[in-house]
Design a protein. Sequence first.
Length: 394
Amino acid sequence: MFDFEYFAPTKAAFGKNSLSRLAGLISEQGCKKVLLHYGGGSAEKSGLLAIVRSALKEAGVPWAELGGVKPNPRLSLVYEGIELCKREGVDFLLAVGGGSVIDSAKAIGYGLANDGDVWDFYEGTRKPSACVPVGVVLTIAAAGSEMSNSSVITREAEGGGLKRGCNSNYCRPRFAVMNPELTYTLPDYQTACGCTDILMHTMERYFTNGGNMAITDAVAEGLMRTVIANARLLKHNPVDYDARAEVMWAGALSHNGLTGCGNDGGDWAVHGIEHELGGQYDVAHGAGLAAVWPAWAKYVYKDCLIRFYLFAVHVMGVRPSGTRESIAREGIEAFAAFLREIGMPTSLTELGVDPTDKEYKVMAERCAAAGGGKKGSAKVLYVQDIENILRNAK
């Protein structure tokens, strides 16, 4: 077990009536002007933005607006948001949406609070020293960005973009309004992508060779079992409030640091590989993670056998009869079967991408470079390992 510091300052307003608290939460911030940041037309058509605007009026706070956030949020819109906020004198950012909108708002906050090019923080050439505060009205349970220290942005480029993350406690949201009813109308595929992302945030912290705590393991295993069970329920009844609530709260807990207390910080190889797929092909994040995970697990499990054994028995319900290796393999297959059950791809072919030999190599090189030459804790992976996993995922 490692020493750790746990910091989760976000105030969560959770439940059916949580939107009624928005005006008060905004007033508590003492801000002078807000940027209302959101994605496409669904928030407008559903009436959610009208409710948010009404809350801003009630709080007596003027605002500017910037929509247009896309999945794998774009650096170009972040730049546009920074300039808009400077012109308008914005000192608080309100993200209405899922992880992409929240991450975009965080990036704008970094750009406003620090000199120079905000992309430097995502490339890792500089570290931020502040962030304009962010609040959230969550509409998608997936990324956990509503309580996390993470923001992931894609820099557009011909022939494939570059998707990179910046982690710092400066960007943790001040509050998150979380009404599970806002997720009722999500397409089944988006719900499944969200459940996959939530699971992967926990699994990245679970499959390590860097020390563990029994209580942290129990929390992580319970979270994973809960998401798996409720993802199955939502496949058959997307308006099951209790199932939506379980998944939404799990999303927040999966990425606020709780399930990593006492370990070495996590593996994060699957996320790193998916970032290259997302940058290159603009795939849905959860689907990209699902497509990579089985190949990664089969490549690394012998080096992290006890963790894969525990996962098989405690999470996937595999009977502990046989060798640890056979049980671990059965757990991997059981999880891959679950992903297929909820409609997720378990290969690059099913994801709909077909990399060239050059693209395999470039993605592997970029992934390793982003990690300082290597990735992983369950098994330390170098460039050739990452390329092997990508090819095995075909």
